[in-house]
Ligand binder design. Sequence first.
Ligand code: COA
Length: 177
Amino acid sequence: MRGGDDGVSTRGGGRSVKESASEMIQLVLPNDTNLLGHLLGGRMMHWIDLVGAVVANRHSRRPIVTASMEALDFYAPVLLGNLVILKGYLTFVGRTSMEVGVEVYAENGLSGERVLASRAILTYVALDDVGKPTPVPSLFFESEAERGRFDEGRERRRIQLERVKKVKAARAEKEDS
Ligand SMILES: CC(C)(COP(=O)(O)OP(=O)(O)OC[C@H]1O[C@@H](n2cnc3c(N)ncnc32)[C@H](O)[C@@H]1OP(=O)(O)O)[C@@H](O)C(=O)NCCC(=O)NCCS
């Protein structure tokens, strides 16, 4: 059962969070680091966007574009030689948009010690054959945690759309004058 445009599926239909959840592993090489031997923020953002895009593509099975990167926090530096484990999973699905959460862990390849280094939230939009936003499958929950993340995502989207609306209105006003 599909619960309206918010892409919630309570029973049957839709796809689970698990079906599109994706993991990517990178090794930090000298070319990925700054002068301190820390992973460049921009390189991390690129990897985050890639794993998020894989999740959105797997859920929608459509070409997708990144609409926004809503939050990006760096908690700990990632060092030259570390393994970087990026875990992406859907948090919210709208009509044509998909919100993906990405957790980034830095792992010491010798000791196995792993720390949460970064977290991000991004939104992707699925496109049809002429490049227009197109509906995506609804999402069904398998845990209370998934339901909780969905509710948080819905609230984030409400705030985000208000911001986008204001920007579009300001742009239209400028074009008219
Ligand atoms: C993202 C994009 C496709 C949206 O197009 P649009 O004409 O504004 O489409 P709509 O207003 O119909 O919105 C489509 C969906 O995008 C969402 N959306 C639009 N702008 C958004 C933004 N800035 N952040 C988050 N979501 C956004 C809307 O909420 C809507 O979601 P829903 O269908 O689930 O309700 C368009 O702005 C675009 O192509 N942007 C450039 C993308 C790009 O180049 N990315 C970098 C390289 S991949």
